[in-house]
Ligand binder design. Structure first.
Ligand SMILES: Nc1ncnc2c1ncn2[C@@H]1O[C@H](COP(=O)(O)OP(=O)(O)O)[C@@H](O)[C@H]1O
Ligand SMILES: [Mg+2]
Length: 376
């Protein structure tokens, strides 16, 4: 008897001093039989408010719809554990607890012991850590991007230096043989008007690719020349004249509709017409290339202050914001057969003529390139 009393006393002391909340329930009825001081303090309910009630009748547990079901599950399984259960204290503060229940046999009776540990601080620390981690990951990603961009820039600069040296001579050397090939195609087409379909098809391929190669050579030559545009042959020209010359020199693709919106009363501008048609032609060509399946180009013009804006809008692919930032970088291209010099050259030529180029674009919704030029 003495031994039993001793062990009961020891248990009592543990129960009273525990730094976890403990509840003892009658397993059969679910009534709370005992509660330790730590849990009273944690949840802010007095011992009286716990005793002889069912778990879900105590405020803190009332909101938990699952309480009753959990109790039933507990009766069946004799063990239940919640890693992270939100509870509300009597004062209305939300805390997070770890909740573990076991069923014990005591003599003839079964009791349930619930251990409830406040893990709010741990959860908050975990959340703070998670936040820090995310922040850190973001910073690493940003830094990696910066490095990648810097490296790409460096690479482009190196390529550019080499290209600058080679562009001119390479362009000249290639232009002649290409001219010969072109003449040969023309000749073959002339002497073989009735050639069979396959020969015609291959001739067309050679012609198209020669044309593509010629465009690349033009870009190279323009680039080598434009590196130091110091001579411009400016004269007074009208915008409609310039636009007309552009479309003659650089006709739009067959599947593209061109609409002109050039007001009659625009003042003349003072530019080098050859260079400006070059610029507008590059923009028309890019617009056509952005509309592989056909579309519409609108060439419009307006006066603002002492400048005239000539805009070329297309209904093509549009440009992503990241790409917009790089458009004028030499060698920036997204085309398998492009070399990415067209816009660099166009910008240089426009600036040499006292103007500037602006871009507005939305992916999927076409682009507008606007060339601002000075009036006379
Ligand atoms: N009208 C346009 N619509 C969509 N993308 C365009 C347009 N104009 C230019 N771009 C983009 O700008 C890039 C650079 O153009 P550019 O300097 O002319 O070089 P290239 O035509 O050889 O690629 C193109 O590869 C393309 O991604
Ligand atoms: Mg181009």
């Amino acid at each position: 008897m003495q031994i039993l009393r001793d062990s009961e006393l020891r248990y009592r002391r543990l129960f009273e001093a525990a730094q976890d909340g403990i509840l003892i329930l009658d397993a059969r009825t679910g009534m709370i039989e005992d509660v330790n001081p730590y849990l009273e303090k944690m949840l802010g309910y007095s011992r009286k408010e716990f005793l002889k009630k069912k778990l879900w009748e105590v405020g803190a547990f009332r909101d938990i719809k699952a309480s009753k079901e959990a109790f039933e599950a507990l009766q069946e399984n004799e063990y239940i554990r919640y890693e992270d259960l939100p509870l509300k204290t009597k004062a209305g503060r939300l805390i997070q607890v770890e909740f573990v229940s076991n069923v014990y046999q005591v003599g003839d009776e079964k009791v349930i012991q619930c251990n409830i540990r406040d893990i709010t601080a741990r959860k908050q620390a975990e959340a703070a850590l998670q936040l820090l981690n995310t922040e850190l990951e973001k910073r690493v990603e940003e830094r990696t991007n910066e490095l990648r961009n810097a490296q790409e820039k460096l690479l482009r600069k190196e390529k550019l230096a080499v290209l600058g040296q080679m562009a001119g001579s390479l362009g000249h050397e290639l232009r002649n043989p290409l001219g010969v090939i072109n003449n040969a195609i023309y000749y073959l087409k002339n002497i073989q008007p009735d050639a069979d379909a396959q020969i015609k098809e291959y001739l067309a391929i050679i012609e198209l690719e020669t044309h593509n190669a010629d465009k690349i050579i033009s870009d190279l030559l323009d680039f080598s020349r434009v590196k130091s545009v110091n001579s411009i042959d400016a004269e007074s020209v009208t915008v409609s004249d310039l636009v007309q010359r552009t479309l003659e020199r650089f006709p739009a693709a067959e599947n593209v509709d061109v609409t002109l919106k050039i007001p009659e009363n625009l003042p003349a501008i003072y530019v080098d017409p050859y260079q400006v048609t070059q610029v507008l032609g590059n923009l028309v060509l890019n617009a056509c290339q952005a509309m592989n399946n056909g579309g519409k180009i609108t060439l419009a013009a307006k006066k603002k202050g002492n400048m005239v804006a000539i805009s070329i809008s297309d209904t093509g692919t549009g440009i992503t914001p990241e790409n917009v930032e790089n458009l004028f970088e030499p060698l920036f291209t997204t085309k398998p057969k492009g070399i990415g010099l067209g816009l660099t050259v166009s910008q240089k030529l426009t600036e040499a003529n006292g103007g500037r180029i602006e871009v507005k674009s939305e992916p999927g919704n076409g682009s507008t390139f606007t060339v601002w030029l000075p009036i006379c």
